[in-house]
Write a protein that binds this ligand. Structure first.
Ligand SMILES: NC(=O)c1ccc[n+]([C@@H]2O[C@H](COP(=O)([O-])OP(=O)(O)OC[C@H]3O[C@@H](n4cnc5c(N)ncnc54)[C@H](OP(=O)(O)O)[C@@H]3O)[C@@H](O)[C@H]2O)c1
Length: 302
């Protein structure tokens, strides 16, 4: 087992576990997955695979300090909508502790500042604006850093999202969605691509520092409308998929985010897949492959 430790916050969650699994498969580092419950089945399963698993709440500075001590690299995911623990506090706790512990490199999972991008029109997308604040704090911290911006997760279709889930029809499926029609947005396959992307940055942050440090990479397979996303999913699935657009859902953070995504281009000027990640060896998966594999299995069990 490698003595080089990489601490992964949210290590049991979608993004973090993708990173933990990629690190385990590669072997350069030993992953240290952070969770609030080290006794969960998922935590125990990671230990069996060779990961360290440690307990820390992102609001607990002492526990966060222990989680980063001895680590060379950090992957940080912050979690929105907890009024008692804003994302900026989660982020500053990890960044301050990392600096104090002499961590060499931090990768942050980010989103754009929607208030700024929309010039003050959409100010409720706190899940995005707060991440942008954390990113700015990280960039000003003096730590070696990079950020990975994500699009909408492919995996959102594998669970009810704000109460919306699949309906079976006579010859296919209906996918109710809160996404907006005719809005080209970045689509990201977290389980396939977040692990290799973070690992590529961890492994090359010294040898290719000028290409990595201080950069905001955009992780995605394509920038596409949800209509095109559903069409490609349908190709993989081998069955028709009809979209049912829900329109505004009354949850202001989601509505503002989706309205802003419709009206403004996120990450303008970056083609998707991001060529900078491709140069570092990251090859993103396709929507068709996701439809043919994970979506097909998921729908078979509904
Ligand atoms: N869904 C999308 O399309 C989309 C798109 C862009 C960005 N995002 C962002 O993705 C993030 C969610 O990532 P995900 O899907 O990987 O999340 P997830 O699967 O829900 O996992 C969240 C992880 O965070 C941990 N966590 C939650 N609160 C914590 C706390 N107070 N202290 C320590 N750990 C805590 C949980 O750990 P435990 O093991 O302790 O429970 C869990 O492992 C959000 O910030 C969201 O804004 C989502």
């Amino acid at each position: 087992m490698s003595t080089r430790i990489a601490t992964v916050f949210g290590g049991i969650g979608q993004q973090g576990s993708a990173v933990v699994h990629a690190i385990l498969k590669d072997g350069t580092f030993t992953p240290r997955a952070v969770t609030r419950d080290v006794n969960s089945d998922s935590a125990r399963a990671l230990v069996k695979l060779g990961a360290e698993v440690v307990a820390a709440n992102l609001g607990d500075k002492e526990a966060v300090k222990k989680a980063v001590t001895g680590a060379e690299a950090i992957f940080l995911v912050t979690i929105p909508f907890d009024p008692s623990l804003p994302e900026i506090a989660q982020g500053t706790n990890v960044i301050d502790a990392s600096k104090g512990a002499g961590v060499r490199f931090v990768v942050f999972s980010t989103l754009p500042d929607v208030s700024e991008l929309s010039k003050g029109k959409y100010t409720n997308a706190v899940q995005s604006d707060e991440k942008a604040k954390v990113q700015r704090y990280l960039e000003a911290s003096g730590l070696a850093d990079a950020s990975i911006a994500t699009g909408g997760f492919f995996e959102n279709v594998l669970k009810p999202f704000l109460g919306h889930s699949w309906e079976k029809t006579d010859n296919g499926y209906i996918l109710p969605t809160i996404m907006r029609p005719n809005a080209p947005t970045v689509q990201t396959w977290i389980g396939h691509d977040m692990g290799p992307a973070v690992l590529a940055l961890f492994k090359q942050c010294d040898s290719r520092a000028s290409e990595i440090l201080g950069q905001t990479f955009v992780l995605g397979s394509a920038r596409m409308t949800y209509e095109d996303f559903a069409a490609e999913l349908s190709q993989g699935l081998g069955q028709p998929i009809q979209l049912k657009f829900a329109g505004r859902v009354g949850f202001h953070a989601a509505d503002d985010m989706l309205d802003a995504m419709t009206e403004f281009t996120f990450y303008p000027g970056v083609s998707i897949p991001d060529p900078r990640l491709e140069k570092l060896g990251v090859k993103t998966g396709t929507v068709e492959e996701f439809g043919r594999t994970l979506l097909k299995s998921y729908l078979a069990e509904l």
